[in-house]
Design a protein around this ligand. Structure first.
Ligand SMILES: NC(=O)c1ccc[n+]([C@@H]2O[C@H](COP(=O)([O-])OP(=O)(O)OC[C@H]3O[C@@H](n4cnc5c(N)ncnc54)[C@H](O)[C@@H]3O)[C@@H](O)[C@H]2O)c1
Length: 380
């Protein structure tokens, strides 16, 4: 009989659903000492919350996250709210001795993130940040190939994350639906929302970033604010591109925008090493493209590895070779790793401290866009 881990989920939107799905499925596919229990869901609108709780099988509801944190029957708080609430909820949860699974980005900025790290470290509570792309099997396989030294010295890292959903100037900012366009709720635009994913993956695969130089743009300068009903200045970056140098001497380009007509969530990265190169594309997430210069020249070329065999990361837990898995499984993998590490007394990466490094890079990127200078990334 697995030990129960009572989850208190805050925020019942996109990520609330993705995480609930993961908690429900994880023990069906992974043999674990712990089993999550959907103990309570929390959001402000009681009617929607009740419907959510019924649909996903939560035992109870709370409309105030403070009340949720006070409850003795909650072991772990899962933060799935807009970014401006992460810090307050996380610190309160840590002080109450709860484990914390926090959505990305960790915080609005590195200063907030530092406070959050100190709070979880002082309380000694298990913590992790949901940078879920680390747990796409093809991305985990890329990490394995790099760590095995198959690429040799790394020269280049190239990442993009492209969307097109904010091109119309009548999309409002703020409120329940468009908090991502409101700097007060999101902290930043594509930098914290999309590039944070690219940066987290890059730090994991290729090590720390030393310095950056960036440019950002706000293409639509004013939008109606959903809460005030007034036209207000837009303060988030609609697009951002930056150059970076890694500690290992490799060079990088990162680009993100919500103005790339035709792209909904095109996250790609390519890494070029001395012996081999790797490419990955979220739209084809179960494949890893690999070029090995060591192959005989007459058969040398890019191979498209279908990451479904049982000796590939996580794939022994799912179907039979040849059958792929998708986006939602990355969250199942994250929960599985969290529960497995909990049983072993180990931390689950990225921890708050790991994710803080991404915040420092984001801060340096935004600062560089303002100063138009190269900016050094402080150590997390
Ligand atoms: N890992 C990923 O790939 C990924 C993808 C999307 C979003 N995110 C992150 O997840 C977080 C949530 O994003 P989302 O897309 O799920 O947003 P969403 O707008 O779909 O959901 C946010 C939820 O938070 C609730 N909420 C807002 N204020 C609250 C409060 N005071 N108390 C309780 N609930 C409150 C809202 O009612 C809503 O249910 C953000 O930090 C975002 O950056 C991560």
């Amino acid at each position: 009989m697995a030990k129960k881990l009572n989850i208190g989920l805050v925020g019942c939107g996109f990520m609330g659903r993705a995480h609930s799905n993961a908690y429900r499925r994880v023990n069906n596919f992974f043999d674990l000492e712990y089993a999550p229990v959907l103990k309570a869901a929390c959001a402000r609108d009681e009617e929607n919350l009740k419907a959510f709780a019924d649909q996903w099988g939560y035992e109870s509801i709370e409309t105030d996250w403070r009340r949720l944190i006070e409850r003795d029957d909650i072991d772990a708080i899962d933060i799935c709210t807009p970014n401006n609430l992460h810090k307050e909820i996380a610190i309160a949860a840590a002080e109450a001795g709860k484990m914390i699974l926090c959505e990305k980005p960790l915080s609005m900025n590195a200063a907030e993130g530092e406070e959050m790290c100190q709070a979880v470290e002082k309380a000694g509570v298990a913590n992790t940040v949901w940078y879920n792309y680390r747990r796409v099997p093809a991305v985990t396989l890329a990490k394995q190939l790099i760590d095995e030294g198959r690429l040799g010295r790394i020269f280049h890292y190239r990442a993009v994350f492209l969307q097109d959903w904010t091109i119309a100037d009548d999309v409002p900012q703020g409120g329940e639906s468009n908090w991502r366009l409101d700097a007060a709720a999101a902290g930043s635009g594509v930098t914290g929302d999309l590039l944070a994913h690219c940066i987290d993956t890059a730090l994991w695969l290729n090590g720390s970033i030393k310095d950056v130089t960036a440019m950002t743009e706000i293409f639509i300068k004013e939008r109606m604010h959903a809460l005030s009903g007034k036209v207000e200045p837009v303060n988030i970056d609609d697009a951002c591109a930056f150059l970076a140098r890694f500690d290992n001497g490799s060079l990088a380009t990162f680009e993100s925008t919500r103005y790339a007509r035709g792209h909904k969530a095109l996250y790609t990265f390519e890494i070029n090493g001395e012996h081999a190169s790797i490419q990955w594309d979220l739209h084809d997430l179960h494949r890893l493209n690999y070029f090995d210069h060591g192959d005989d020249s007459i058969i040398r070329g890019w191979r498209s590895i279908h990451v479904t065999d049982s000796d590939m990361p996580y794939m022994d837990k799912w179907w039979v070779p040849g059958l792929q898995i998708g986006y939602e499984h990355t969250f199942v993998h994250h929960v599985a790793d969290f529960l497995d590490n909990l049983a072993k007394g180990q931390s689950t990466s990225p921890t708050f401290r790991d994710a803080l490094e991404t915040q420092y890079v984001c801060d340096a990127v935004l600062k560089s866009a303002e100063t138009r200078q190269w900016e050094t990334v402080p150590n997390a």
